[in-house]
Write a protein that binds this ligand. Structure first.
Ligand SMILES: Nc1nc2c(c(=O)[nH]1)N[C@H]1C(S)=C(S)[C@@H](COP(=O)(O)O)O[C@H]1N2
Ligand SMILES: [Mo]
Length: 450
Protein backbone atom coordinates (compact mmCIF):
# COMPACT_ATOMS: atom_id res chain seq x y z
CA UNK A 1 0.00 0.00 0.00
CA UNK A 2 1.07 3.54 -0.69
CA UNK A 3 1.48 5.95 2.16
CA UNK A 4 -1.05 8.77 2.03
CA UNK A 5 0.54 11.42 -0.16
CA UNK A 6 1.69 14.75 1.19
CA UNK A 7 -0.35 17.72 0.05
CA UNK A 8 -1.13 17.01 -3.60
CA UNK A 9 -0.11 19.53 -6.19
CA UNK A 10 -2.77 20.65 -8.61
CA UNK A 11 -2.35 20.00 -12.29
CA UNK A 12 -4.55 20.77 -15.25
CA UNK A 13 -5.82 17.58 -16.84
CA UNK A 14 -5.96 19.13 -20.25
CA UNK A 15 -5.62 22.85 -20.55
CA UNK A 16 -8.69 23.10 -22.71
CA UNK A 17 -10.76 21.43 -20.00
CA UNK A 18 -11.28 24.63 -18.11
CA UNK A 19 -9.05 27.33 -19.49
CA UNK A 20 -9.44 29.22 -22.74
CA UNK A 21 -6.53 29.70 -25.10
CA UNK A 22 -6.26 33.27 -23.79
CA UNK A 23 -6.08 31.97 -20.23
CA UNK A 24 -3.28 29.62 -21.23
CA UNK A 25 -1.38 32.52 -22.78
CA UNK A 26 -1.76 34.40 -19.51
CA UNK A 27 -0.37 31.42 -17.64
CA UNK A 28 2.52 31.22 -20.05
CA UNK A 29 3.13 34.93 -19.64
CA UNK A 30 3.62 34.20 -15.97
CA UNK A 31 0.43 35.73 -14.56
CA UNK A 32 0.14 33.07 -11.88
CA UNK A 33 -2.31 35.02 -9.77
CA UNK A 34 -4.77 34.96 -12.62
CA UNK A 35 -4.43 31.21 -12.88
CA UNK A 36 -5.10 30.70 -9.20
CA UNK A 37 -8.30 32.72 -9.63
CA UNK A 38 -9.27 30.64 -12.66
CA UNK A 39 -8.84 27.52 -10.56
CA UNK A 40 -10.90 28.91 -7.73
CA UNK A 41 -13.60 29.77 -10.25
CA UNK A 42 -13.46 26.35 -11.90
CA UNK A 43 -13.81 24.59 -8.56
CA UNK A 44 -16.61 26.90 -7.45
CA UNK A 45 -18.50 26.19 -10.68
CA UNK A 46 -18.29 22.47 -10.09
CA UNK A 47 -15.54 22.16 -12.67
CA UNK A 48 -13.30 20.32 -10.25
CA UNK A 49 -12.86 17.48 -12.73
CA UNK A 50 -10.27 19.65 -14.38
CA UNK A 51 -8.17 19.68 -11.25
CA UNK A 52 -6.88 16.16 -10.90
CA UNK A 53 -5.52 16.06 -7.40
CA UNK A 54 -7.25 18.93 -5.70
CA UNK A 55 -10.32 16.90 -4.76
CA UNK A 56 -8.12 14.82 -2.49
CA UNK A 57 -6.52 17.77 -0.76
CA UNK A 58 -6.62 16.75 2.87
CA UNK A 59 -5.35 20.11 4.01
CA UNK A 60 -8.01 22.07 2.15
CA UNK A 61 -10.29 24.63 3.75
CA UNK A 62 -13.42 22.49 3.78
CA UNK A 63 -14.78 24.33 6.80
CA UNK A 64 -15.36 27.58 4.93
CA UNK A 65 -15.94 26.17 1.47
CA UNK A 66 -19.37 27.06 0.04
CA UNK A 67 -19.14 24.04 -2.29
CA UNK A 68 -19.56 21.78 0.75
CA UNK A 69 -21.61 24.08 2.98
CA UNK A 70 -24.37 25.04 0.54
CA UNK A 71 -26.63 22.53 -1.19
CA UNK A 72 -26.20 22.80 -4.97
CA UNK A 73 -29.22 22.50 -7.31
CA UNK A 74 -28.41 18.86 -8.09
CA UNK A 75 -28.95 17.98 -4.45
CA UNK A 76 -32.34 19.67 -4.20
CA UNK A 77 -34.11 18.86 -7.48
CA UNK A 78 -35.41 15.78 -9.28
CA UNK A 79 -32.83 14.26 -11.60
CA UNK A 80 -33.23 13.19 -15.21
CA UNK A 81 -35.29 10.03 -15.84
CA UNK A 82 -33.75 6.68 -16.75
CA UNK A 83 -33.02 6.15 -20.43
CA UNK A 84 -33.44 9.87 -21.08
CA UNK A 85 -30.45 9.12 -23.23
CA UNK A 86 -30.85 5.54 -24.52
CA UNK A 87 -27.16 5.49 -25.37
CA UNK A 88 -25.08 7.04 -22.56
CA UNK A 89 -22.82 10.01 -23.19
CA UNK A 90 -19.95 11.54 -21.20
CA UNK A 91 -20.70 14.41 -18.83
CA UNK A 92 -21.07 17.80 -20.50
CA UNK A 93 -18.15 18.89 -18.34
CA UNK A 94 -15.90 16.49 -20.27
CA UNK A 95 -16.70 17.96 -23.67
CA UNK A 96 -13.15 19.05 -24.35
CA UNK A 97 -11.68 15.61 -23.93
CA UNK A 98 -12.10 14.60 -27.55
CA UNK A 99 -10.25 13.24 -30.55
CA UNK A 100 -8.50 16.04 -32.37
CA UNK A 101 -7.10 16.26 -35.84
CA UNK A 102 -3.92 18.02 -36.76
CA UNK A 103 -4.98 20.56 -39.39
CA UNK A 104 -2.90 20.48 -42.55
CA UNK A 105 -1.43 17.05 -41.89
CA UNK A 106 -2.96 15.75 -45.10
CA UNK A 107 -4.54 17.50 -48.07
CA UNK A 108 -8.00 15.99 -47.55
CA UNK A 109 -9.34 15.33 -44.07
CA UNK A 110 -11.13 12.14 -45.09
CA UNK A 111 -7.61 10.78 -45.55
CA UNK A 112 -6.23 11.89 -42.23
CA UNK A 113 -5.78 11.08 -38.57
CA UNK A 114 -7.57 12.01 -35.38
CA UNK A 115 -5.53 11.62 -32.22
CA UNK A 116 -6.70 10.08 -28.92
CA UNK A 117 -6.56 12.42 -25.86
CA UNK A 118 -4.10 10.27 -23.90
CA UNK A 119 -3.53 13.07 -21.35
CA UNK A 120 -7.03 12.61 -19.92
CA UNK A 121 -7.47 8.81 -19.95
CA UNK A 122 -7.12 6.32 -17.09
CA UNK A 123 -6.15 2.64 -17.03
CA UNK A 124 -5.43 0.87 -20.30
CA UNK A 125 -8.73 0.77 -22.24
CA UNK A 126 -9.47 3.55 -24.69
CA UNK A 127 -13.19 4.40 -24.71
CA UNK A 128 -14.44 3.44 -28.18
CA UNK A 129 -15.58 6.98 -28.93
CA UNK A 130 -12.05 8.26 -28.28
CA UNK A 131 -10.14 5.56 -30.21
CA UNK A 132 -7.80 7.30 -32.65
CA UNK A 133 -8.80 7.18 -36.32
CA UNK A 134 -6.71 6.73 -39.41
CA UNK A 135 -8.49 6.49 -42.73
CA UNK A 136 -6.95 6.43 -46.19
CA UNK A 137 -10.25 7.32 -47.80
CA UNK A 138 -12.71 8.25 -45.09
CA UNK A 139 -14.93 5.96 -43.00
CA UNK A 140 -18.16 4.24 -43.97
CA UNK A 141 -21.05 2.94 -41.91
CA UNK A 142 -21.52 -0.38 -43.71
CA UNK A 143 -24.83 -2.28 -43.62
CA UNK A 144 -23.84 -5.53 -41.87
CA UNK A 145 -26.51 -7.52 -43.74
CA UNK A 146 -24.80 -6.59 -47.01
CA UNK A 147 -21.24 -7.09 -45.80
CA UNK A 148 -19.33 -10.23 -46.86
CA UNK A 149 -15.92 -11.72 -46.17
CA UNK A 150 -14.39 -13.88 -48.89
CA UNK A 151 -11.57 -16.32 -48.10
CA UNK A 152 -9.79 -17.53 -51.24
CA UNK A 153 -6.43 -18.47 -52.73
CA UNK A 154 -4.53 -21.52 -51.51
CA UNK A 155 -7.45 -23.05 -49.62
CA UNK A 156 -9.42 -26.19 -50.43
CA UNK A 157 -12.85 -24.54 -50.09
CA UNK A 158 -12.99 -20.84 -50.98
CA UNK A 159 -15.79 -19.42 -48.84
CA UNK A 160 -17.92 -16.28 -48.64
CA UNK A 161 -19.08 -15.52 -45.08
CA UNK A 162 -21.94 -13.31 -43.96
CA UNK A 163 -21.66 -11.49 -40.61
CA UNK A 164 -24.13 -13.98 -39.20
CA UNK A 165 -21.93 -16.89 -40.32
CA UNK A 166 -18.94 -15.33 -38.62
CA UNK A 167 -20.74 -14.46 -35.40
CA UNK A 168 -21.92 -18.06 -34.98
CA UNK A 169 -18.33 -19.37 -34.85
CA UNK A 170 -16.42 -19.89 -31.58
CA UNK A 171 -15.20 -16.48 -30.42
CA UNK A 172 -12.41 -15.08 -28.26
CA UNK A 173 -11.89 -11.66 -26.61
CA UNK A 174 -8.45 -10.13 -26.17
CA UNK A 175 -7.10 -6.76 -25.13
CA UNK A 176 -4.61 -5.28 -27.59
CA UNK A 177 -3.22 -1.91 -28.58
CA UNK A 178 -3.35 -0.53 -32.08
CA UNK A 179 -0.60 1.97 -32.87
CA UNK A 180 -0.16 3.58 -36.27
CA UNK A 181 3.36 3.05 -37.58
CA UNK A 182 3.50 6.82 -38.05
CA UNK A 183 2.83 7.58 -34.36
CA UNK A 184 5.44 10.14 -33.15
CA UNK A 185 6.46 10.43 -36.81
CA UNK A 186 6.38 14.23 -36.78
CA UNK A 187 9.17 14.37 -34.18
CA UNK A 188 12.09 12.77 -36.06
CA UNK A 189 14.05 15.97 -36.66
CA UNK A 190 12.83 18.30 -33.96
CA UNK A 191 9.96 19.07 -31.62
CA UNK A 192 6.94 19.59 -33.86
CA UNK A 193 3.79 19.29 -31.76
CA UNK A 194 2.97 20.48 -28.23
CA UNK A 195 0.95 17.78 -26.47
CA UNK A 196 0.97 14.03 -25.86
CA UNK A 197 -2.29 13.86 -27.81
CA UNK A 198 -0.32 14.78 -30.93
CA UNK A 199 3.04 13.18 -30.11
CA UNK A 200 1.61 9.76 -29.14
CA UNK A 201 -2.16 9.83 -29.79
CA UNK A 202 -2.17 7.49 -32.81
CA UNK A 203 -2.39 4.83 -30.13
CA UNK A 204 -5.38 3.15 -28.51
CA UNK A 205 -6.20 -0.10 -26.72
CA UNK A 206 -9.44 -2.08 -26.78
CA UNK A 207 -10.89 -5.43 -25.90
CA UNK A 208 -11.56 -6.95 -29.31
CA UNK A 209 -13.92 -9.89 -29.84
CA UNK A 210 -13.97 -12.11 -32.88
CA UNK A 211 -12.89 -15.29 -34.55
CA UNK A 212 -9.23 -16.34 -34.61
CA UNK A 213 -7.96 -16.05 -38.19
CA UNK A 214 -6.43 -19.53 -37.78
CA UNK A 215 -9.91 -20.97 -37.25
CA UNK A 216 -11.26 -19.42 -40.46
CA UNK A 217 -8.26 -20.56 -42.49
CA UNK A 218 -8.60 -24.09 -41.10
CA UNK A 219 -12.30 -24.13 -41.87
CA UNK A 220 -11.53 -23.22 -45.49
CA UNK A 221 -8.91 -25.98 -45.73
CA UNK A 222 -5.69 -23.96 -45.72
CA UNK A 223 -2.94 -25.45 -47.89
CA UNK A 224 -0.34 -25.54 -45.13
CA UNK A 225 2.48 -26.53 -47.50
CA UNK A 226 2.19 -23.78 -50.07
CA UNK A 227 0.18 -21.12 -48.23
CA UNK A 228 2.79 -18.82 -46.67
CA UNK A 229 1.16 -15.36 -46.78
CA UNK A 230 -2.31 -13.90 -46.34
CA UNK A 231 -3.53 -10.79 -48.15
CA UNK A 232 -6.17 -8.75 -46.28
CA UNK A 233 -8.33 -6.21 -48.15
CA UNK A 234 -10.74 -3.56 -46.88
CA UNK A 235 -14.13 -2.64 -48.35
CA UNK A 236 -13.51 1.14 -48.21
CA UNK A 237 -12.72 3.19 -51.28
CA UNK A 238 -9.01 2.78 -50.54
CA UNK A 239 -9.28 -1.02 -50.97
CA UNK A 240 -6.48 -1.02 -48.45
CA UNK A 241 -4.41 -4.19 -48.72
CA UNK A 242 -1.63 -5.66 -46.57
CA UNK A 243 0.31 -8.93 -46.49
CA UNK A 244 0.52 -10.95 -43.27
CA UNK A 245 3.06 -13.77 -42.96
CA UNK A 246 1.47 -17.16 -42.22
CA UNK A 247 3.20 -17.80 -38.89
CA UNK A 248 1.71 -14.57 -37.57
CA UNK A 249 -1.65 -15.19 -39.26
CA UNK A 250 -1.92 -18.54 -37.46
CA UNK A 251 -0.70 -17.08 -34.15
CA UNK A 252 -2.87 -14.37 -32.57
CA UNK A 253 -4.60 -12.50 -35.42
CA UNK A 254 -8.31 -11.86 -34.90
CA UNK A 255 -11.13 -11.33 -37.38
CA UNK A 256 -12.96 -8.98 -35.02
CA UNK A 257 -16.47 -7.61 -34.86
CA UNK A 258 -16.51 -6.57 -31.19
CA UNK A 259 -14.80 -3.65 -29.47
CA UNK A 260 -15.11 -3.00 -25.75
CA UNK A 261 -18.22 -5.11 -25.35
CA UNK A 262 -20.24 -3.84 -28.32
CA UNK A 263 -19.92 -3.97 -32.08
CA UNK A 264 -16.97 -2.10 -33.62
CA UNK A 265 -17.55 1.59 -34.19
CA UNK A 266 -17.91 2.57 -37.88
CA UNK A 267 -14.72 4.65 -37.63
CA UNK A 268 -12.86 1.55 -36.45
CA UNK A 269 -14.06 -0.85 -39.13
CA UNK A 270 -17.69 -1.80 -38.47
CA UNK A 271 -18.80 -4.48 -38.97
CA UNK A 272 -15.52 -6.41 -39.37
CA UNK A 273 -11.81 -5.71 -39.07
CA UNK A 274 -8.59 -7.58 -38.79
CA UNK A 275 -6.62 -7.09 -35.56
CA UNK A 276 -2.96 -7.98 -35.97
CA UNK A 277 -1.56 -7.64 -32.44
CA UNK A 278 1.80 -5.92 -32.03
CA UNK A 279 2.05 -4.92 -35.68
CA UNK A 280 1.75 -1.37 -37.04
CA UNK A 281 -1.88 -0.30 -37.33
CA UNK A 282 -2.10 -0.40 -41.11
CA UNK A 283 -2.14 -4.23 -41.04
CA UNK A 284 -5.30 -4.20 -38.92
CA UNK A 285 -7.41 -3.82 -42.04
CA UNK A 286 -10.81 -2.25 -41.34
CA UNK A 287 -14.09 -3.08 -43.10
CA UNK A 288 -12.43 -6.43 -43.93
CA UNK A 289 -13.90 -7.98 -47.10
CA UNK A 290 -11.27 -10.36 -48.50
CA UNK A 291 -8.53 -12.71 -47.34
CA UNK A 292 -6.39 -14.41 -49.96
CA UNK A 293 -3.77 -17.05 -49.21
CA UNK A 294 -0.66 -16.97 -51.39
CA UNK A 295 2.83 -18.46 -51.57
CA UNK A 296 4.70 -15.15 -51.58
CA UNK A 297 4.27 -11.60 -50.22
CA UNK A 298 1.74 -9.64 -52.26
CA UNK A 299 3.91 -6.49 -52.30
CA UNK A 300 0.96 -4.12 -52.21
CA UNK A 301 1.22 -0.35 -52.40
CA UNK A 302 0.96 -0.06 -48.60
CA UNK A 303 4.08 -2.17 -48.07
CA UNK A 304 6.31 -1.30 -51.00
CA UNK A 305 6.20 2.49 -51.36
CA UNK A 306 4.30 3.40 -48.16
CA UNK A 307 4.98 2.13 -44.63
CA UNK A 308 8.69 1.67 -45.36
CA UNK A 309 11.41 3.04 -43.11
CA UNK A 310 13.71 5.69 -44.59
CA UNK A 311 17.22 4.99 -43.28
CA UNK A 312 20.07 7.42 -42.69
CA UNK A 313 21.82 6.38 -45.92
CA UNK A 314 18.69 7.04 -47.99
CA UNK A 315 17.78 3.37 -48.40
CA UNK A 316 14.26 2.21 -47.59
CA UNK A 317 13.63 -0.72 -45.26
CA UNK A 318 10.52 -2.82 -46.01
CA UNK A 319 8.39 -5.19 -43.94
CA UNK A 320 9.42 -3.83 -40.53
CA UNK A 321 6.01 -4.08 -39.09
CA UNK A 322 6.45 -4.73 -35.36
CA UNK A 323 5.80 -1.83 -32.98
CA UNK A 324 8.85 -2.03 -30.72
CA UNK A 325 8.74 -1.32 -27.00
CA UNK A 326 7.79 2.27 -26.20
CA UNK A 327 6.40 4.37 -23.36
CA UNK A 328 5.28 7.90 -22.60
CA UNK A 329 4.33 9.89 -19.53
CA UNK A 330 0.77 11.10 -20.11
CA UNK A 331 0.60 13.36 -17.04
CA UNK A 332 2.32 15.69 -16.50
CA UNK A 333 2.69 16.14 -20.25
CA UNK A 334 3.03 18.92 -22.79
CA UNK A 335 0.47 21.70 -22.47
CA UNK A 336 -0.51 20.85 -18.90
CA UNK A 337 0.31 23.27 -16.11
CA UNK A 338 1.43 22.27 -12.61
CA UNK A 339 -0.18 24.93 -10.50
CA UNK A 340 1.55 24.52 -7.17
CA UNK A 341 4.25 22.51 -5.47
CA UNK A 342 3.64 19.16 -3.83
CA UNK A 343 2.86 15.53 -4.56
CA UNK A 344 2.06 14.41 -8.08
CA UNK A 345 1.09 10.97 -9.32
CA UNK A 346 3.19 10.79 -12.48
CA UNK A 347 1.42 8.37 -14.83
CA UNK A 348 1.86 6.99 -18.30
CA UNK A 349 1.56 4.13 -20.75
CA UNK A 350 4.03 1.49 -21.92
CA UNK A 351 3.63 -1.18 -24.58
CA UNK A 352 5.52 -3.61 -26.79
CA UNK A 353 4.60 -5.35 -30.03
CA UNK A 354 6.72 -8.30 -28.90
CA UNK A 355 4.89 -9.20 -25.71
CA UNK A 356 4.55 -7.91 -22.16
CA UNK A 357 6.12 -4.83 -20.64
CA UNK A 358 8.56 -5.94 -17.96
CA UNK A 359 9.68 -2.67 -16.39
CA UNK A 360 9.32 1.09 -16.74
CA UNK A 361 11.90 3.48 -15.29
CA UNK A 362 11.23 7.18 -14.86
CA UNK A 363 13.76 10.02 -14.70
CA UNK A 364 13.06 13.49 -13.34
CA UNK A 365 16.45 14.93 -14.37
CA UNK A 366 16.63 14.30 -18.10
CA UNK A 367 17.99 10.77 -17.90
CA UNK A 368 20.76 11.02 -15.27
CA UNK A 369 18.94 9.12 -12.52
CA UNK A 370 16.16 6.57 -12.89
CA UNK A 371 13.55 5.09 -10.56
CA UNK A 372 11.37 2.09 -11.29
CA UNK A 373 7.67 2.85 -11.66
CA UNK A 374 4.73 0.74 -10.40
CA UNK A 375 2.96 -1.21 -13.14
CA UNK A 376 -0.82 -1.38 -12.76
CA UNK A 377 -2.39 -4.78 -13.33
CA UNK A 378 -3.25 -6.33 -15.65
CA UNK A 379 0.02 -6.44 -17.59
CA UNK A 380 -0.99 -8.08 -20.86
CA UNK A 381 0.89 -9.10 -23.97
CA UNK A 382 0.72 -6.57 -26.83
CA UNK A 383 -1.57 -4.34 -24.76
CA UNK A 384 -1.07 -0.97 -23.13
CA UNK A 385 0.33 -1.14 -19.58
CA UNK A 386 -0.34 1.71 -17.14
CA UNK A 387 2.52 2.86 -14.90
CA UNK A 388 2.56 5.28 -11.94
CA UNK A 389 5.28 6.82 -9.82
CA UNK A 390 5.22 9.27 -6.90
CA UNK A 391 6.87 12.65 -7.31
CA UNK A 392 7.04 15.74 -5.18
CA UNK A 393 7.52 18.81 -7.32
CA UNK A 394 9.51 21.36 -5.38
CA UNK A 395 9.22 24.17 -7.91
CA UNK A 396 12.56 23.44 -9.59
CA UNK A 397 12.83 22.96 -13.35
CA UNK A 398 12.82 19.26 -14.26
CA UNK A 399 12.87 16.99 -17.30
CA UNK A 400 10.62 13.95 -17.08
CA UNK A 401 11.26 10.82 -19.13
CA UNK A 402 10.03 7.23 -19.11
CA UNK A 403 11.98 4.27 -20.45
CA UNK A 404 10.28 0.91 -20.95
CA UNK A 405 11.75 -2.57 -21.19
CA UNK A 406 9.80 -5.56 -22.55
CA UNK A 407 9.96 -9.24 -21.69
CA UNK A 408 12.53 -9.88 -24.45
CA UNK A 409 14.94 -7.53 -22.62
CA UNK A 410 14.68 -4.84 -25.32
CA UNK A 411 15.06 -1.33 -23.89
CA UNK A 412 13.37 1.73 -25.43
CA UNK A 413 16.06 3.85 -27.14
CA UNK A 414 16.99 7.51 -26.67
CA UNK A 415 16.14 9.89 -29.53
CA UNK A 416 19.81 10.32 -30.47
CA UNK A 417 20.44 6.56 -30.51
CA UNK A 418 17.55 6.13 -32.92
CA UNK A 419 18.70 9.03 -35.11
CA UNK A 420 22.18 7.51 -35.43
CA UNK A 421 20.61 4.58 -37.27
CA UNK A 422 17.52 6.10 -38.83
CA UNK A 423 18.53 9.69 -39.56
CA UNK A 424 16.08 12.57 -39.17
CA UNK A 425 13.83 12.32 -42.23
CA UNK A 426 11.96 9.13 -41.47
CA UNK A 427 8.26 8.84 -40.66
CA UNK A 428 7.57 5.43 -39.21
CA UNK A 429 8.60 3.57 -36.06
CA UNK A 430 9.81 6.36 -33.83
CA UNK A 431 9.79 4.69 -30.39
CA UNK A 432 12.25 7.08 -28.76
CA UNK A 433 12.12 8.15 -25.12
CA UNK A 434 9.88 11.25 -24.77
CA UNK A 435 11.04 14.21 -22.67
CA UNK A 436 8.71 16.67 -20.94
CA UNK A 437 10.27 19.79 -19.49
CA UNK A 438 8.74 21.30 -16.36
CA UNK A 439 9.68 24.96 -16.00
CA UNK A 440 9.96 26.80 -12.69
CA UNK A 441 6.59 28.36 -13.57
CA UNK A 442 5.02 24.88 -13.79
CA UNK A 443 4.51 24.85 -17.54
CA UNK A 444 5.10 21.49 -19.19
CA UNK A 445 6.73 21.55 -22.62
CA UNK A 446 7.70 19.04 -25.27
CA UNK A 447 11.52 19.06 -25.54
CA UNK A 448 14.21 16.86 -27.05
CA UNK A 449 17.28 16.70 -24.82
CA UNK A 450 19.37 14.01 -26.45
N1 LIG B 1 -9.67 -0.60 -44.93
C1 LIG B 1 -8.84 0.19 -44.23
N2 LIG B 1 -8.19 -0.34 -43.18
C2 LIG B 1 -7.34 0.42 -42.45
C3 LIG B 1 -7.08 1.77 -42.80
C4 LIG B 1 -7.79 2.30 -43.91
O1 LIG B 1 -7.66 3.47 -44.27
N3 LIG B 1 -8.64 1.48 -44.60
N4 LIG B 1 -6.15 2.49 -42.09
C5 LIG B 1 -5.12 1.67 -41.43
C6 LIG B 1 -4.21 2.40 -40.60
S1 LIG B 1 -2.94 3.22 -41.37
C7 LIG B 1 -4.27 2.34 -39.23
S2 LIG B 1 -3.11 3.07 -38.26
C8 LIG B 1 -5.38 1.64 -38.55
C9 LIG B 1 -6.10 2.60 -37.63
O2 LIG B 1 -7.17 1.98 -37.02
P1 LIG B 1 -8.28 2.89 -36.31
O3 LIG B 1 -8.76 3.91 -37.30
O4 LIG B 1 -9.32 1.95 -35.83
O5 LIG B 1 -7.56 3.56 -35.16
O6 LIG B 1 -6.31 1.10 -39.47
C10 LIG B 1 -5.74 0.54 -40.62
N5 LIG B 1 -6.73 -0.15 -41.39
MO1 LIG C 1 -1.39 3.85 -39.80
Amino acid sequence: MMRPPPRPARITRAPENFLSAADIRDVQAGRRGFLAQAFAAAVALGGATAVRAAAGTATGTAAGDPAILELPPWSTTLGHPVAARPYGQPSVHEKNLVRRESPGLTRVNAASVSFAPLQGLFGIITPSGLHFERHHQGWQDIDPTRHRLMVEGLVRTPTVYTMEDLMRLPSVSRIHFIECGANSGMEWANVAVPTVQYTHGMLSCSEFTGVPLSLLLDQCGLDRKRGRYVLAEGADGASLTRTIAMDRALDDVLVAYGQNGEMLRPENGYPLRLVVPGVQGVSSVKWLRRLKVGDQPFNTREETIHYVDLMKDGMLRQYTSIQECKSVITSPSGGQVIVDQGFLNVTGLAWSGRGKVKRVDVSFDGGRNWKTARLETPVLSKALTRFNIDWVWNGQPAILQSRAMDETGYVQPRMMQLREVRGTRSIYHNNAIQSWQVTAAGDVNNVQVD
